[in-house]
Write a protein that binds this ligand. Structure first.
Ligand SMILES: C[S@@+](CC[C@H](N)C(=O)[O-])C[C@H]1O[C@@H](n2cnc3c(N)ncnc32)[C@H](O)[C@@H]1O
Length: 206
C-alpha cells in the first residue's frame, strides 16, 4: 500500500453511515446529536449556538433545522467546511487554542456569549489509547476555558470525550463549573469506541 492511501481516514460504513448518506447528512455524527437532542432537548429555536470542531458539518445540519434565522450559529474547525447558504451561519477556520482569533471573530459578528456550546472535537489519533485519550482531555480543557468566557451563566455545554484512566483531570474541573454532568453514550457511537458525550448542565458562574 502506498503512503498516500495509508493516510486516508478510516470510515466506518455501518447502518448509520448508509442512513446519513441517504438523508444527505455530511457525516454519521448527525445521529449522535439527534440522540443527544432527543434526550436532553438542549437546542432551542431562539438560541445562539457555538459548534466547535464542526467539519464536515453534520452537527450544524441538525442545529440549523431547529434554530430560527434570527439566531446565530457559529462553527469553528481547523479544517475547511463547505459553506451553508443561510446568512445566520458563521464560519471560522481556526484552532480552538487560538483564543485571540476566536475573540476577534466573535466581536466582529457581534456576539459576546452563546446560549449553547456543542463540541465534537477529536484529536488526530495515534492508535495508542492513553495518548489519544489524554489529547482529548487537553482539547476539552481548552474548550471548557472557552466556555468560561463565551457561554452564558446557567446554560449548557456538550463535550465529546475519549474516556480512559485520566478522565478525572477533566471531570474534577467540570464539577466546579457546572451544576450537573451527565455522561451519555449515543447508540450511534460504535460499541468499541471509547468516546462519550459529557452534557454539562447549568454553568454556575460567569
Ligand atoms: C469527529 S470530527 C467532527 C464532526 C462534526 N461534528 C460533524 O458533525 O460533521 C472532529 C473534528 O475535530 C476537529 N479538530 C481537532 N482538533 C481541533 C482543534 N485544535 N481546533 C479545531 N478543530 C479541531 C477536526 O478538524 C475534525 O473536523
Amino acid at each position: 500500500m502506498s503512503n498516500k492511501s495509508s493516510k486516508k481516514p478510516f470510515i466506518v460504513q455501518d447502518k448509520y453511515f448508509q442512513e446519513a448518506k441517504k438523508l444527505g447528512y455530511r457525516a454519521r455524527s448527525a445521529f449522535k446529536l439527534i440522540e443527544i437532542q432527543d434526550h436532553f432537548n438542549l437546542i432551542k429555536p431562539n438560541y445562539n449556538v457555538l459548534d466547535i470542531a464542526s467539519a464536515p458539518g453534520s452537527f450544524i445540519q441538525i442545529i440549523k433545522k431547529i434554530v430560527w434565522l434570527e439566531a446565530k450559529v457559529v462553527w469553528i474547525d481547523l479544517q475547511k467546511i463547505e459553506k451553508f447558504p443561510q446568512s445566520n451561519i458563521f464560519l471560522l477556520q481556526e484552532d480552538v487554542n487560538n483564543t485571540d482569533k476566536i475573540m476577534e471573530f466573535l466581536n466582529w459578528i457581534w456576539i459576546k456569549q452563546f446560549d449553547l456550546i456543542t463540541s465534537d472535537i477529536a484529536p488526530n489519533t495515534t492508535g495508542i489509547t492513553w495518548v489519544d485519550q489524554y489529547k482529548s482531555v487537553e482539547l476539552n480543557l481548552m474548550i471548557v476555558k472557552l466556555a468560561d468566557t463565551f457561554l452564558k451563566k446557567w446554560h449548557n455545554l456538550v463535550l465529546k470525550v475519549f474516556v480512559w484512566e485520566d478522565i478525572n483531570d477533566l471531570t474534577s474541573v467540570l464539577k466546579t463549573k457546572y451544576k450537573k454532568i451527565s455522561r451519555f453514550k449515543p447508540k450511534s457511537c460504535r460499541d468499541r469506541s471509547f468516546e462519550e458525550y459529557f452534557v454539562c448542565l447549568e454553568k454556575i458562574w460567569n
